[in-house]
Design a protein around this ligand. Structure first.
Ligand code: PEP
Length: 251
């Protein structure tokens, strides 16, 4: 039985007052929702503050990215061990914005995944196709390569205690959501790819959907057999929307 997971990716948003209000609202409205794991991923500068704010709640802390290196002359970067020290339990890796804006490659993301595991964090590996790739019939191949880079480097067992987030690039921040059937088709393919090497790992693997998830569409997405939760961008900044998504994940 896979426990549903909802992850809020705040991206580069928020201020000290706004994050306090957001966490205060989530703490009140999500108290008692033990059937869903809820993770918030603030900008790195706010991680320490949020760690204090979520104290004595079931909210869990995550990061939006990290360096693949342990330490050294990497100006501006944050190491996974540092994130662990500051209370992060999850880290988003290979988000499409990181891939598109910061030129992260499948191979680099796989190395980050390895470093995350070594640092004791749960990686949330983002995979997904662009609109051009979907229209060219390449969606399955692109996603298989993104996932394959991790499996080839680390073996399929590395996906234990890990999360895969299917995030079609054309659905992120656009208001266009994949239909439940479109998302389910890809989620099933991801699980099938893993099952080719280990049915046990495939059965346990959390595969969450991301791309304009909101209070209105989350329930139908979560009703699909292979959708185990959501990675939420814009709607994770609004207490009522995010709470509604978390509650919808319960069923
Ligand atoms: C994301 O950034 O991972 C995301 C899914 O964003 P949004 O929900 O805003 O589309």
């Amino acid at each position: 039985m896979r426990q549903p997971l909802v992850v809020g990716n705040w991206k580069m948003n928020g201020s000290l007052p706004s994050i306090s209000m957001l966490i205060a609202g989530l703490k009140v409205q999500l108290s008692g929702l033990s059937e869903v794991d809820v993770v918030v991923c603030p900008p790195a500068i706010f991680i320490d503050r949020v760690a204090g704010l979520i104290d004595e709640s079931s909210l869990v802390l995550g990061a939006q990215t990290a360096s693949e290196f342990d330490s050294g002359a990497y100006t501006g970067e944050v190491a996974l061990t540092m994130l662990n020290e500051f209370g992060c339990r999850y880290v988003i890796l290979g988000h499409s914005e990181r891939r598109a804006l910061f030129a992260e490659t499948d191979a680099q993301v796989a190395v980050k995944f390895k470093a995350a595991k070594e640092a004791g964090l749960i990686p949330i590996l983002c995979v997904g196709e662009t609109l051009e790739q979907r229209e060219a019939g390449q969606a399955h191949a692109v996603i298989a390569a993104q996932l394959g880079a991790v499996v080839d480097l680390l073996g399929v067992e590395s996906l234990c205690d890990s999360v895969v987030a299917y995030e079609p690039v054309w659905a992120i921040g656009t208001g266009k959501t994949a239909t439940p059937d479109q998302a389910q088709e890809i989620h099933r393919a991801i699980r099938y790819q893993v099952a080719q090497q280990s049915e046990n790992v495939a059965e346990q693997l959390l595969v969450v959907y991301g791309g304009s998830v909101n209070a209105g569409n989350s329930e139908s997405l979560f009703s699909m057999a292979d959708i185990d939760g959501a990675l939420v961008g814009g709607a994770s900044l609004k207490v009522d929307e995010f709470v509604a998504i978390c509650r919808a994940a319960k069923c």
